[in-house]
Design a binder for this molecule. Structure first.
Ligand code: MN
Ligand code: MN
Length: 472
């Protein structure tokens, strides 16, 4: 443990920089952990891709599909490991403990959806020699950040007969990329006078995807027709199939080391795949727990946790009921007790103090890069409104657990009072009466196409999550 440092931050509550603590093999482990994480976020840029990858990794660790077990009426017992997927976009993984589920669960819940541009239902059109896609942005984005970047297309098209076509374009070195154009500076005098919020409008986020016309000068929309021809050749899809597609436009390319000292990772979708990945890794390192341990990765957090795959759906509650049933220990009352007695870390990113923008932060209550797992007692806006405000008894327990496991941690507040705000899934699980607190990795550039996280914080978050699953 490093010595306490003296500045105006909240360091006295933690052990200082994570970096002060590790040497030799431990430092190598810290860096190695981020290599696995970089591979994960480089490959998994949609909720479906994240869930599919987690399932594949979990199966290698002995996790079985709950849906199959239910179908076969196979009983479960302590020590069993199962997963349940909701539409391939939300995932719950359970390591079943020796104690009855009604004693409560230990849950880490994160989300695997990230801000992006979604294709509209009728996306494809041609204008002035270019073929383009119309988009509708998903989640909180600063629209001006999405122009002139190499973008990739990830997602699925479901054909009328139910066939699922997987599409990833823009990630291989040899793949083409797509993008949103911006106005040249020479002609931008009107644009430059606009407010940042409307310099690029939502309806301007159109993706350029081609410029070669098919033969036949008398025909209309020849460039669009050529794109349709290419899509049909490669994926056997037609224009109508876009209606039942889920295609997401995301930054193209791999996550990379950031900083001359390689201390950070720049990547797309740290929010919140960094907490999903660390939660997953923490759970995979748990064997024979006393309380049932859960990692939950949900969809739709960035648009309010709504919908069938969002946290507000009954999926998680129903899954817990199914597991209790296969354990031969289900009743409505036991299910309620199980959820009420559970403890949860709502794994989500928080804002790291940015020296370029100090005026929006309150330095004594801000998270800092490299100072470890950040606990966010409350979020919300205007007087904590809409926030889960964690109980101090729970926080005290977490302090003791983190100390026992030598986890470097800090506290976080999302900016100055009345500066803005945000929320997570914490308040939804809190409705059962369980103890919940937000905690995760502090970020720079949150919600930008390329976000930045400290490798030290990523590693420490995994350790903190693991300690919670072992002890809470
Ligand atoms: Mn988030
Ligand atoms: Mn977010």
């Amino acid at each position: 443990m490093a010595s306490k440092q003296n500045d105006n931050s909240n360091l006295e509550k933690s052990y200082g920089y994570v970096w002060d603590k590790y040497r030799g093999k431990e430092l190598e482990d810290l860096f190695a952990f981020s290599e696995g994480y970089k591979d994960f976020i480089s490959k998994c840029k949609t909720e479906r891709e994240c869930v599919a990858e987690f399932i594949s990794l979990a199966q290698k660790n002995g996790y079985r599909d709950l849906a199959t077990l239910i179908e076969q009426g196979q009983p479960l017992k302590a020590g069993d490991k199962v997963y349940a997927s909701n539409a391939g976009k939300t995932l719950a993984l359970f390591n079943i403990g020796s104690q009855a589920m009604e004693k409560g669960l230990r849950i880490i819940g994160a989300h695997v959806d990230s801000p992006r541009l979604d294709l509209k239902q009728n996306p494809l059109y041609e204008d002035s020699g270019l073929a383009l896609f119309k988009t509708h942005y998903y989640g909180g984005v600063k629209k001006y950040q999405w122009v002139t970047l190499p973008l990739a297309i990830h997602g699925v098209v479901i054909k009328k007969d139910g066939t699922l076509v997987d599409i990833v374009i823009g990630e291989d070195e040899d793949d083409p990329v797509v993008g949103v154009t911006d106005l040249l500076i020479h002609l931008a005098s009107d644009q430059m006078d606009k407010k940042l919020s409307n310099a690029i409008e939502g309806e301007d986020l159109n993706i350029s995807i081609g410029s070669i016309p098919v033969d036949g000068k008398e025909e209309k929309d020849r460039v669009k027709k050529n794109i349709l021809r290419l899509l049909h050749e490669k994926y056997d899809i037609t224009e109508e199939d876009f209606v039942s597609a889920e295609l997401e436009i995301v930054p193209a390319g791999r996550a990379r080391d950031y900083g001359l000292d390689r201390s950070m990772v720049m990547g797309y979708g740290h929010d919140d795949r960094v907490c999903a990945y660390t939660a997953f890794e923490a759970l995979m390192n748990i064997e024979n727990p006393d309380k049932t341990c859960v990692a939950l990765m949900v969809d739709k957090e960035e648009i309010g946790s709504v919908g069938a795959t969002g946290m507000t759906s009954r999926f998680f509650e129903n899954t817990v009921a199914e597991i209790m049933n296969l354990l031969g220990d289900y009743s409505g009352l036991k299910l309620r007790r199980s959820l009420a007695k559970s403890k949860m870390l709502s794994g989500d990113v928080s804002a790291a103090f940015d020296p370029n923008f100090p005026s929006v932060m309150e330095s004594r209550n801000s998270a800092y890069l490299g100072k470890g797992l950040a606990f966010n007692k409350y979020t919300g806006v205007r007087g904590k409104s809409g926030s889960n405000d964690a109980n101090p008894e729970f926080i005290a327990q977490l302090r003791a657990i983190m100390e026992k496991h030598h986890v470097t941690w800090q506290t976080a507040e999302l900016g100055k009072v009345d500066q803005g705000g945000g929320g997570t899934i914490a308040y939804i699980l809190a409705e059962y009466g369980m103890d919940v607190i937000d905690c995760g990795v502090p970020l720079l550039n949150m919600h930008a196409p390329w976000e930045v996280a400290s490798k030290a914080d990523i590693y420490e978050t995994m350790k903190g999550y693991r300690a919670f699953l072992q002890e809470a």
